[in-house]
Write a protein that binds this ligand. Structure first.
Ligand code: PA5
Length: 448
């Protein structure tokens, strides 16, 4: 069977194979940090064995709760932010028909997302839309104390209770949170919601293969067993016993750090299929939050090609030469569409008549890769044979293992995120949250 592949040829005119290979010993050491749990952040490496540890019982519980929501709801609102949001959205957007929501009837509930912003218009418009709809809620927060999802949940819970009554609403609300602590745990226990636990040793951005990702994905009608199987197989391909030269995650981590040390401070993740947009968002969180600390780290951005070639393409081609790119390539799309012939040929497009649209897309991809390399942008390619749950599972685990190694190569703790607290402290002080009296006083002085 084919698997996802990593191709580093497009960086070898910028850095040498020897420079990449020079990471071999360190990579071995950092692999050991992960597998023996001896590195920084070792209380958050539960994701490493997650795919192998998910039992049939876990799958059955997720599928059974998903089935209830599927039969009772036309819309399910997945509430969460960051790691409690992006994994599910990445898979659902990648796997869904791009126009599913516009069809008058749906085989599966449509998953809507809330709690990932505090936009008043967004929330108001969502509430207006849902007021006469059959909907349910999956409320996800590991800490159980995050403001954005808490606001969204309060509003949506109120609407749901108004629509169907308190007792029925309880059957349509699922909470995914910590086993013991946090406001969401207290609320879920006191209301008697169905709950799933996020393991203590799995951080938000590594939680897609826990119920955080798996429940919304199952509700949307996608195959969570295949997703986990893909990740499990990849855990073997990038395991501790796989030598550096053949270990994709180690190679990618080494390549990135070599480029970084050679002045390439920005990495863009590009795709040539709009369905992959949220894979890029998930990847941004995984790498940005894991590595951007101690005033170090590659800045991660994601771009959708060819769309962004008509905007950011100029910067990528000719801006400051501190950038490299990683392109996710899909070898075979699900559909086959040929460009029609036109007798008049007024658009001059007959030279493409009969060609598959994907053939044109592939030439755009190859042309872009060559232009970027010529323009000074090293190119890494990650190819998926097809876009399905199994290969997305492989991709997730490949990147997760890579970021663990890459973070250690950068000499940071890849598993914490102390920086995300700074805005919260200011926001709470500005909102005069009880317990923040001193901070409120200080921030008011700063504002004078
Ligand atoms: O990676 C992280 O830890 C964060 O980005 C969180 O995922 C995000 O802040 C949501 O946190 P929580 O699940 O506790 O609401």
């Amino acid at each position: 069977m084919n698997n996802i592949k990593l191709d580093l040829k497009g960086i070898l005119s910028f850095v040498s194979q020897e420079e990449i290979n020079a990471w071999e010993n360190k990579s071995k050491q950092y692999m050991e940090y992960l597998h023996k749990g001896t590195g920084a952040g070792n209380d958050y490496i539960g994701w490493l064995n997650l795919p192998a540890e998910i039992s049939d019982h876990d799958f059955d519980k997720i599928e059974s709760v998903a089935q209830t929501l599927r039969s009772e709801c036309d819309y399910v609102i997945s509430i969460g932010i960051g790691g409690s949001y992006l994994g599910a959205r990445a898979v659902i957007e990648a796997m869904s028909n791009s126009f599913e929501a516009y069809y008058p009837t749906h085989k599966n509930p449509i998953i809507l997302f809330a709690g990932h912003n505090i936009g008043e218009d967004y929330l108001s418009e969502m509430l207006s839309f849902l007021k006469d709809k059959r909907f349910g809620i999956i409320n996800i927060s590991k800490s159980g104390t995050t403001t954005e999802p808490a606001i969204a949940f309060r509003l949506l819970k109120e609407l749901l209770e108004k629509n169907v009554g308190k007792a029925k609403a309880k059957e349509l609300i699922v909470a995914i949170t910590d086993e013991k602590k946090g406001a969401l745990r207290t609320l879920a226990d006191s209301e008697g919601y169905q709950t799933f636990i996020i393991p203590d040793n799995v951080g938000g951005r590594f939680s897609v293969l826990t119920p955080v990702g798996l429940l919304p994905i199952a509700v949307a009608g996608f195959n969570i067993k295949e997703l986990v199987k893909g990740a499990k197989d990849m855990s073997g391909f990038v395991g501790e016993d796989v030598d550096f030269a053949h270990n994709m995650s180690a190679q990618y981590a080494a390549a990135r750090n070599t480029l970084y040390q050679n002045g390439k401070k920005i990495e863009i993740l590009g795709n040539f299929h709009p369905k992959l947009h949220y894979i890029g968002e998930w990847w941004k969180q995984l790498f940005g939050e894991s590595e951007g600390k101690d005033h170090k780290g590659i800045f991660n951005a994601a771009v959708d090609f060819t769309t962004d070639l008509h905007s950011m393409g100029q910067w990528i081609q000719e801006g400051e030469r501190n950038i490299f790119e990683t392109i996710i390539s899909i070898e075979t799309p699900d559909n086959e569409l040929h460009i029609p012939t036109d007798e008049q040929n007024l658009d001059g497009l007959n030279y493409l008549s009969g060609k598959r649209v994907d053939e044109v897309n592939k030439m755009a991809e190859l042309g872009t890769q060559m232009a970027h390399i010529d323009g000074g942008v090293p190119n890494i390619k990650v190819s998926l044979p097809q876009l399905n749950e199994y290969y997305i599972g492989q991709l997730f685990y490949f990147f997760e293992k890579a970021v663990g190694l890459s973070g250690y190569m950068l000499e940071v703790n890849p598993f914490n995120q102390p920086g995300v607290e700074a805005y919260k402290g200011n926001m709470f002080a500005l909102l005069e949250k009880p317990g923040y009296e001193k901070e409120t006083e200080e921030i008011k002085k700063k504002l004078q």
